[in-house]
Design a protein. Structure first.
Lengths: 288, 158
């Protein structure tokens, strides 16, 4: 379990970090290392150079304003858990992040690292896609923004170019009064979940669902929104019939992987159950 | 590469390969073998140490990333004279048998109770879910940590 040898640099500026990446096609970025270190230990990744972002300034802030929330790439899960402002500014984010991996991993794991690693079952990519968040990437050619829904292209693959570094995730403003839920199921607490769901919606004057967003993790080759379920919910009153209909639709529309942990049919059924529980819980609770 | 950090209050300088993780550095270079290595890929929690006040897995951090930080290992939690309240509670509740996971349990519990001396049973279970024990069945460990809370409420020592 020893990584193969590599060089290591901890540049003091983002520009230097990007240039180092551009100079070496086998280079990789490290921040908290909570996804990369196991890959190095198992020699699934054998970079020639690690570019550590720990000295790069300006990547560790959580900024909240009228446009939403900006999470710097080096913001740790722990920083999100500790930020009391997020209780109202983004309760879905805060509750979801509290379920990422384990205590020790949340003390080092970062926003940028999770997005770049792009595990299909990871929580933050799921929240980013469900909330229609936007990533900022900085590379040799300059800065560009990518919608989370376009960023993930498959298991551990994204549209990030080799020389690009994720600097920020922007989650759109979270209005008060929204109904929401996050549910995931793992065989052991802290493991990657077999499947998970995130959802939120507003309500019109009469209490009908408006602007439903529903996303899944672990149930497809990347985090995805379930547009059919969203369309089904919009304009309707939540009742047991609709909840069951939404659950059935979700099971039909996901394309789950089959592996030694669970057959595809199991994951399908799991998504349906989690959607059902999520919708039931959201109908009972509401954000401040 | 040369790395400087504080280990249990004492400044140290070590020369390591970039690929060496912090746990190997502590054990092999600095001869602090209290930190145990079980899985070496972030699954078991045995190698947990406290870096700048936060419990982290020492196998999931490169030694070179420790530059300038302050690290507390299980050696740094004890005194020469007597058992600490956390150690006393582990002994009283038979919270260890083979002892392999114990350093990670102690460092994790110490970091938790230092930050959250009022952590309840659910919180303690959730936090210790990142540490595997194959002997005790966990119940005595949770009892020990619950019992040790009183000592962390009274004083704010680290």
């Amino acid at each position: 379990m020893k990584p193969a040898p590599f060089e290591y640099q901890a540049p003091a500026t983002l520009r230097e970090a990007v240039d180092l990446l551009a100079s070496d096609p086998e280079a990789m970025v490290i921040a908290g290392g909570q996804s990369l270190m196991p890959l190095l230990a198992l020699r699934l990744a054998t970079p020639s150079l690690l570019v550590d972002l720990r000295r790069v300034p300006g990547l560790d802030a959580i900024a909240i304003d009228d446009s939403g929330i900006r999470l710097g790439a080096r913001v740790r899960w722990r920083d999100i858990e500790d930020d009391r402002r997020l209780e109202t500014a983004h309760p879905l984010l805060r509750e979801t992040i509290a379920q990422v991996a384990h205590y020790q991993i949340r003390n080092r794991g970062t926003v940028g690292g999770s997005l770049a690693h792009a595990d299909p079952a990871a929580e933050l990519p799921g929240i980013a896609v469900t909330c229609d968040a936007e990533l900022t990437l900085v590379g040799v050619a300059g800065t560009r923004m990518v919608r989370a829904g376009d960023f993930f292209t498959g298991p551990l693959t994204t549209v990030r170019q080799h020389d690009e570094i994720i600097t920020e995730l922007h989650l759109p403003f979270w209005p008060s009064g929204r109904r929401w839920a996050f549910r995931e199921f793992a065989q052991r607490r802290g493991d990657f979940s077999l499947a998970g769901i995130a959802l939120f919606y507003g309500e019109d004057q009469e209490g009908r669902v408006a602007n439903a967003n529903v996303g899944v993790i672990g149930a497809c080759d990347r985090p995805q929104r379930l547009m059919e379920v969203e369309a089904l919910l919009n304009g309707r009153f939540i009742d047991e019939g609709l909840i069951r209909e939404a659950a059935e639709t979700s099971a039909r529309t996901v394309d789950p992987p089959e592996d030694l942990h669970a057959p595809a049919a199991y994951r399908r059924a799991l998504v349906a159950t989690l959607i059902e529980r999520g919708l039931r819980s959201a109908a009972q609770h509401r954000s401040a | 590469m040369q790395v400087n950090f504080k280990l249990n209050g004492t400044p140290v300088v070590v020369d390591v390969e970039p690929r060496m993780h912090l746990a190997d550095c502590l054990r092999d270079e600095l001869r602090q073998t209290g930190t145990h290595l079980g899985c070496e890929h972030g699954a078991c929690g045995a190698c947990t140490v406290i870096v700048d006040g936060a419990a982290v897995r020492a196998c999931l951090m490169l030694a070179v990333q420790a530059e300038g930080s302050s690290i507390v290992t299980v050696e740094g939690l004890s005194t020469e004279e007597a058992l600490t309240p956390l150690q006393t509670a582990f002994r009283k509740h038979h919270a260890l048998q083979c002892g392999f996971c114990t350093p990670g349990m102690l460092t994790t519990a110490h970091a938790l109770l230092t930050d959250e001396p009022d952590a309840d049973g659910d919180r303690i279970r959730a936090v210790l879910s990142g540490n595997l024990c194959r002997c005790t069945g966990y119940i005595p460990i949770i009892d020990a940590v619950l019992d040790a809370r009183a000592a962390y409420r009274k004083s704010d020592k680290r």
